[in-house]
Design a protein around this ligand. Structure first.
Ligand SMILES: Cc1cc2nc3c(=O)[nH]c(=O)nc-3n(C[C@H](O)[C@H](O)[C@H](O)COP(=O)(O)OP(=O)(O)OC[C@H]3O[C@@H](n4cnc5c(N)ncnc54)[C@H](O)[C@@H]3O)c2cc1C
Length: 290
């Protein structure tokens, strides 16, 4: 199928993109890498009257260190995945990006596009959540920042307004002594994960857990932080039993979707196992710089 007719607006500055979004409101959509939007338009699952292309907006691309890390919305997945800055300051993000589809997808797909698309099976929304990151959104009303925990509200839905342009993400400073892990399961390499777990873990001077972040992929309509499991880890001494208990805790109350790829019960069991593996791997990386 082909998309319905639309007017194409190539923007060269973010101000121009914001003005176009203000003018056309709900009839307009930003196009970045096009890896999600173009298939949706071609299948007529999305109807767009005005397409605002931000690929030519240079100021929206790039990675810089500033109180942590800032990454422009149009930065490609592959650029961030291979960036020395990201590898050093956000190794979890680099590893998560390495799991996104195939290299061809990552060469086009953008950081902002993946977050704005908000697929609960996608790696980047879960990584932003695990890293306590935030996004900046610009509109004709000004700019605002949105914490990852306030960004994802439902399946393919965020708190971004239709006229808002996601301009960059900000990640807080990385604790170089922290361990991290990305564990997911897909039937074929490059497929969206059936379930996945991203973990950040650190220990205090007494060898007890002082920070634990567990972000789950594919088990709800949004990415989810397993807060109760995280809390239960604080102050504990790492053991395999502790990681198994965290897996149990992380899946309590979860209502994963059932579909052709797996039942809810299968996803719950997978998540239990992946949480255990992920914490085990994160613990093994503690103190080892990326
Ligand atoms: C075969 C295939 C396999 C894939 N596998 C995976 C996978 O395993 N994991 C995964 O995470 N993803 C996967 N993807 C999706 C891929 O990561 C997309 O690139 C990503 O989801 C969207 O990024 P994009 O830049 O292409 O956005 P686009 O497709 O251009 O846009 C997606 C949505 O975001 C909006 N948008 C884009 N940029 C902005 C912005 N700056 N501000 C506001 N709104 C914006 C658009 O209007 C649209 O609604 C796959 C895609 C394909 C085709």
């Amino acid at each position: 199928m082909k998309p319905t007719a639309f007017e194409y607006h190539p923007a060269t500055t973010s101000e121009e993109a914001v003005a176009l979004l203000a003018e056309h409101g709900g009839d307009a959509k930003v196009i970045a890498g096009g890896q999600s939007l173009v298939p949706l338009m071609a299948l007529r699952l999305a109807r767009v009257d005005h397409l605002v292309d931000i690929n030519g907006v240079e100021s929206l691309s790039g990675i810089r260190s500033e109180e942590g890390l800032r990454i422009g919305a149009v930065t490609r997945h592959r650029t961030a995945e291979k960036s020395a800055l990201v590898l050093e300051r956000a190794p979890l993000l680099a590893a998560a990006l390495g799991q996104v589809g195939h290299v061809a997808i990552r060469n086009r797909g953008t950081i902002g596009g993946s977050l704005a698309h908000a697929d609960p099976a996608a790696e980047l929304p879960a990584a932003l959540l695990a890293l306590d990151g935030r996004v900046t959104a610009a509109s004709s009303r000004g700019t605002r920042t949105i914490d990852a925990s306030d960004l994802f509200t439902g399946f393919l839905t965020t708190t971004l307004e239709p006229d808002e342009l996601l301009t960059e993400i900000a990640l807080p400073p990385w604790n170089p002594k922290a361990g991290w892990s990305v564990q997911e399961f897909a039937r074929r390499s490059g497929d969206f994960a059936i379930a996945g777990v991203l973990t950040v873990l650190s220990l205090n001077g007494n060898g007890r857990v002082d920070d634990a972040r567990i972000s789950l992929i594919g088990v709800a309509s949004t990415p989810v932080r397993a807060r109760a499991a995280e809390q239960a880890l604080i102050g504990e001494t790492p053991t395999d039993e502790l990681w198994s208990a965290a897996g149990e805790r992380a899946t309590e109350g979860l209502e994963p979707p059932s579909d052709l790829h797996g039942s809810a019960a299968y996803r719950r069991q997978l998540t239990r196992t992946l949480v255990r593996r992920s914490l085990h791997e994160a613990a093994s990386r503690i103190g080892a710089a990326a």
